[in-house]
Design a protein around this ligand. Structure first.
Ligand code: CMP
Length: 139
């Protein structure tokens, strides 16, 4: 059975463009409740740990540089079928391939600066949520 939680980050490009509010509104309008929320800046090392699965990829350096270059918003989101529905809401990783009306189509600039992250499985949603939030920060 699909889980009911996913993890997201609003990335530095979307924060820089003052799009935190509009993106959170789209998330709420899609039926998600916020279980945890944090505004912070990652170090390059922390970004590298978060994206460790991509360590061998050619874009790893660019990705960790980018993700530590400005503040991000991290959140745990709750709804039935959370992971799959959130990936539909955000659209393809490459915004030029994202469907109309998706968060990335509306707000993303490029494949690296693609506005938001969304977990790709229930297992990763839990790992990513635990990376950012303690039990005391969840409501
Ligand atoms: P995200 O969903 O956060 O997961 C991994 C990230 O790596 C992805 O979004 C993109 O921002 C980034 N990424 C994936 N492919 C590339 C690429 N070819 N060049 C630069 N960044 C990439």
């Amino acid at each position: 059975m699909a889980g009911n939680k996913t993890f997201t980050m609003i990335k530095p490009d979307a924060v820089e463009m003052n799009n935190i509010g509009p993106i959170l509104a789209m998330i709420n309008n899609a039926g998600y409740k916020v279980e945890a929320l944090k505004y912070m800046k990652l170090t390059k090392e922390q970004a590298g740990l978060f994206y460790a699965v991509h360590k061998e990829r050619p874009f790893f350096g660019e990705l960790t540089e980018y993700m530590s270059g400005g503040p991000i918003v991290a959140a745990i989101l709750v709804k039935e079928n959370a992971v799959a529905d959130y990936r539909k809401l955000i659209g393809a990783t490459d915004p030029s391939k994202a469907e109309d009306g998706t968060i990335r189509k509306i707000f993303a600039k490029s494949i690296a600066a693609n506005a938001v992250h969304g977990s790709d499985s229930d297992e990763n949603a839990e790992i990513e949520s635990n990376f950012f939030f303690s039990q005391l920060e969840r409501f």
